[in-house]
Design a protein around this ligand. Structure first.
Ligand code: ZN
Length: 309
């Protein structure tokens, strides 16, 4: 027979047991391995597709990513649909590329005005920008809002690592409770990027012919990659426009001099002029994408394309 005093004691012990197991369960579900269920995802917005992998690798299950410039669109000229802009009302944070890319120069004020609660993070904070090859041309056309710096910062895996650091800081700002989860994810992804960087560096170093190997491209998106790994980029497109006949003649001369075997085109642009030049010099056109969403896989493809050229 259990008396009142004992019942109170049993009740007390049961509550203590529940509290302790509750704490254990809570700490289990908040560990990085298992974040699911009741917690709502954080809506995170960014400009270009390579940022999607950066945000998802760090944010894991905690984030839902909106990318403003869709696949196949050109972030130098893209204008978002009103429906796309409306999605931003849900976003807690926006990661700008922050390198002066035209989409952001034209649209960031509007984007900020649509959601004043949204934190804005510059993903390029801490990255040294390099001058825009295009804007160094003497006959720069009027009315073109080409930026002074090369905006394609993400094509260098070293820069990507800095962007991932900034992504991590941003996510911790808006969701400090899951800092450890983000930290672990960030460290894992930085490790992958580190391996990618070493792989590219070694692959291009081991190639005997790569003393300032010249890369002939249609759209000059690869400046940071070339600078990081000792290549030289020549571009056909200038100031976002088709080249003049005179410039095409110059490019053909230089390409013959350097024994260029391939012209790299990207899916965002017509390759008509590149094909004309390729025929002229007996080279082939090869598609590489500076804006693919699967960043590491894509950069490995780019490396292979450069190695085979
Ligand atoms: Zn571009």
């Amino acid at each position: 027979m259990i008396n009142v005093k004992n019942r109170t004691l049993i009740l007390f012990l049961s509550i203590v047991t529940l509290l302790i197991s509750g704490t254990i369960v809570y700490s289990l579900v908040s560990s990085p391995a298992d974040i699911t269920g009741s917690q709502e995802k954080i809506v995170v917005a960014a400009s270009v597709l390579p940022q999607k992998e950066f945000i998802e690798k760090v944010g894991g299950d905690r984030v839902q990513v909106i990318i403003m410039v869709p696949q196949g669109a050109d972030p130098h000229t893209y204008e978002p649909e009103p429906s796309k802009l409306r999605e931003l009302s849900q976003a807690k944070i926006y990661f700008e590329v922050g390198s002066g890319i035209e989409f952001e120069m034209a649209w960031m004020d509007k984007i900020k005005s649509l959601n004043s609660q949204m934190q804005i993070i510059n993903s390029s904070e801490g990255i040294k920008l390099i001058p825009n090859q295009e804007s160094q041309e003497p006959n720069q056309s009027e009315g073109n809002i080409a930026s002074e710096s090369d905006p394609h910062v993400w094509v260098s895996p070293r820069n990507a690592m800095q962007m991932v650091e900034n992504t991590y800081q941003g996510l911790v700002n808006v969701d400090p409770a899951h800092k450890n989860y983000y930290l672990k994810n960030k460290e894992n992804y930085l490790h992958e990027l580190q391996e990618l960087d070493s792989n590219i560096r070694q692959s291009l170093e081991h190639d005997d012919n790569n003393e300032n190997q010249t890369i002939l491209v249609y759209h000059p998106a690869w400046g940071y990659f070339c600078k990081e790994y000792g290549l030289k980029q020549i571009a056909i497109q200038h100031n976002g426009k088709e080249p003049s006949a005179q410039l095409i003649a110059q490019i053909i001369d230089e390409a013959r001099n350097k024994n260029v075997q391939a012209i790299f085109v990207s899916p965002q642009f017509s390759s008509r002029n590149a094909e004309v030049i390729a025929q002229e010099i007996g080279a082939q056109t090869v598609v590489i994408d500076p804006l693919a969403p699967d960043y590491i896989q894509n950069m490995e493809n780019v490396l292979k394309a450069f190695q085979n050229s």
